[in-house]
Design a protein around this ligand. Structure first.
Ligand code: ADP
Ligand code: MG
Length: 615
């Protein structure tokens, strides 16, 4: 048989390798910014067009390159950062593989201008798909400018795989923020389609965090410091009361490199335990410094994971340091969980004795006297004085007309068929529903009984209501007496601006959306003023997460988020009117079986099932 093995031509090998280094525009941003940092830049400018698909440019004032180096820098395994394998264990630079520029040049149109301090003229190189198109002498300031245009121009499949410009920009901003947060002593600028998104002057870490995430961040920060032989820890944690529902602001940097570490994250959660609600996430910006020889950053190709020699010790030190800071800055007493009825599992619950479940019944209610319509009008009230009636504005009229609803018969209609037929209490109390462990509503149907998850049921009811409002554009809003002024980061404000139209369709009215401030003048009827901030925060984070996945429409995300935020929670006591109203509303829904998040809402237990238990 003839020989069949051939060496791949360089440009093919480079394209293949590029796939590992460059997944999307944000990967290019990361590599170019890291090169600029390694070059000792004091100011770095990032210029983006169309989510990085058309242009990514990084301009630095670092050491620059000689003409020969400029040409060589695009070769694979060309690096000035390591010379021998041992150097890998004593890394002080971001890059070391010498493959970023070769990879990027293989899949884009690249133009570089660079000049060193010593040289009088600069080098201008153009490379397309790995081939040098031109190399000229030019005039340019000291430092390097790298322009990457038309990413993946020669790999259409990869180009098509890119998400919308907004999504790609979001990824770029994430990378930019990570780099900017780990180098406060370097000034950074980010321009997107001609407008300035970030202008971060040289500062200290605290100021940098505030400049990245907006003015309000400052008051949230609690400093953390610790110095041990194994690790030196600096940085900030967010006060527990500012914990967010989204996992947004969580940053670990090890030797000034952003890393992801579920293990160390767990240490922080441990320190915050009992101080924040289960569903909330603590914010942190923690800078760990260790001996470069004691970590291996090479285990992940995109270098966001590292391995410590002594992981357990780092874990323990981190946990106790954060705990100490929380205690020292006296942030604990300011928390008052008693006021929050929405807590799924109240703090300290496990240490309390278990209360017997309370069943509230309306003794005056007689199903035979009132018609079903009258029952439905009873509004659904929460115990904590919130105005839940407003949730049901415009809803009553649908009940009864809907065929789904009429297909379900309740005990009150068909009491003779009930297994409780002869039981005195079911007639005496008049209650056709009861609440089990403040979590489920139990009611009877012809064939047996239904157990309904109260929170999911309410989510479904609200979700359909919001969807309807959005589609028919009939949302009613409550005008606020005093406009609410809320502070967000620049990127969050940009997102609110993006989804502003949908928000308006559900009843939000905006006075203005500024750089870091949003003024709200009207709210959907069901949204309490005190919760606007939380709800908008949640919306921003859901929107970010879901639009990365995509496939969800804005209206869908919006309706889901509002439904989730406003629905009654597990643990909330509902009186019998509310229970009944919820059951009725649920079965009036178009799809009453699953929650907006595709979780089952109720289970039915037939008389047969019950009979079998008694055999
Ligand atoms: P690595 O960063 O792993 O060394 P790269 O392909 O990113 O590999 O860069 C190759 C080389 O080009 C670097 O080692 C460095 O010497 C040089 N270089 C790249 N970008 C810059 C820059 N902005 N300023 C100065 N030199 C640079
Ligand atoms: Mg590099």
């Amino acid at each position: 048989m003839a020989d069949i093995i051939k060496l791949l031509p360089d440009h093919v090998a480079n394209q293949i390798a590029a796939g590992e280094v460059v997944q999307r525009p944000a990967s290019v941003v990361k590599e170019l910014m890291e090169n600029a940092i390694d070059a000792g830049a004091s100011t770095i400018k990032l210029i983006i067009k169309d989510g990085g698909k058309t242009l990514i440019q990084v301009i630095d004032d670092g050491v620059g390159m000689s003409a020969t180096d400029a040409r060589l820098s695009f070769e694979r395994h060309a690096t000035s950062k390591i010379q021998k394998a041992e150097d890998l264990f004593n890394l002080h630079t971001k890059g070391f593989r010498g493959e970023a520029l070769a990879s990027i040049a293989a899949i884009a149109h690249v133009e570089m201008q660079t000049r060193t301090e010593a040289d009088e003229v600069a080098t201008h190189i153009k490379i397309e798909g790995g081939k040098v198109v031109s190399q000229e002498v030019t005039v340019a300031p000291k430092g390097t400018s790298m322009m990457v245009k038309n990413l993946f121009f020669n790999i259409p499949a990869r180009r098509n795989f890119l998400k919308s410009n907004h999504v790609e920009l979001r990824h770029i901003i994430d990378e930019f923020q990570r780099v900017a947060l780990s180098h406060a002593t370097i000034g950074f600028h980010l321009y997107n389609n001609g407008s300035e998104l970030f202008n971060l002057p040289v500062s200290n870490i605290r100021q940098r965090i505030v400049n990245v995430f907006g003015g309000k961040t400052n008051e949230k920060l609690v400093p953390v410091t610790e110095e041990t032989q194994v690790v030196q820890i600096n940085g900030f944690i967010s006060k527990p009361q500012f914990a967010k529902k989204s996992r947004g602001e969580q940053f670990f940097f090890v030797n000034n490199r952003f890393i992801k570490s579920p293990y160390l994250h767990h240490a922080i959660l441990g320190a915050f335990e009992g101080l924040i609600k289960k569903e909330n996430h603590p914010g942190y910006f923690l800078y760990l410094n260790v001996d470069p020889g004691s970590i291996d950053i090479n285990i992940h190709p995109t270098k966001t994971e590292i391995k410590f020699d002594d992981e357990h010790t780092v874990y323990a030190i981190l946990r106790s340091t954060v705990k100490h800071s929380l205690g020292q800055f006296n942030v604990m007493p300011s928390l008052d969980f008693e006021q929050d009825q929405n807590l799924e599992t109240p703090y300290g619950y496990k240490d309390k004795s278990v209360e017997p479940p309370k069943v509230i019944v309306d003794a005056g209610f007689n199903p035979f006297k009132e018609d079903v319509g009258a029952v439905k009008k009873s509004s659904f009230q929460k115990q904590n004085n919130k105005d839940w009636e407003s949730l049901y504005v415009g809803m009553e009229s649908n009940i009864g007309k809907n065929s789904d609803f009429s297909s379900v018969s309740f005990e009150s209609d068909t009491i003779t068929g009930s297994i409780f037929e002869n039981k005195k209490e079911s007639v005496d109390t008049g209650s056709t529903t009861f609440q089990l462990r403040r979590k489920y509503i139990v009611t009877t149907i012809k064939s047996g009984m239904v157990v309904i998850d109260q929170s999911r049921a309410h989510q479904r009811v609200l979700y359909e209501k919001f969807l309807r409002n959005i589609t028919v554009k009939e949302a009613v809003s409550q005008q606020l007496l005093f406009p609410l002024s809320l502070t967000f980061s620049k990127t969050d404000c940009a997102i609110i601006e993006e989804i502003q139209d949908s928000l308006t369709t559900v009843g939000f009215v905006f006075g203005g959306i500024g750089d870091e401030e949003v003024t709200v003048t009207g709210l959907p009827l069901s949204v309490p003023e005190s919760e606007v901030g939380i709800i908008l925060d949640q919306l921003i984070s859901d929107y970010q997460q879901d639009y990365v996945v995509e496939g969800f429409s804005q209206t869908d995300i919006l309706s889901k988020t509002l439904a989730k935020s406003l629905a009654v929670k597990t643990g909330e006591l509902l009186d019998s009117d509310s229970q009944l109203a919820l059951v009725n509303d649920l079965f009036a829904c178009k799809e009453s079986e699953v929650s907006p998040f595709n979780k089952p809402i109720y289970v039915t237990i037939t008389e047969d099932d019950i009979d079998k238990k008694f055999i």
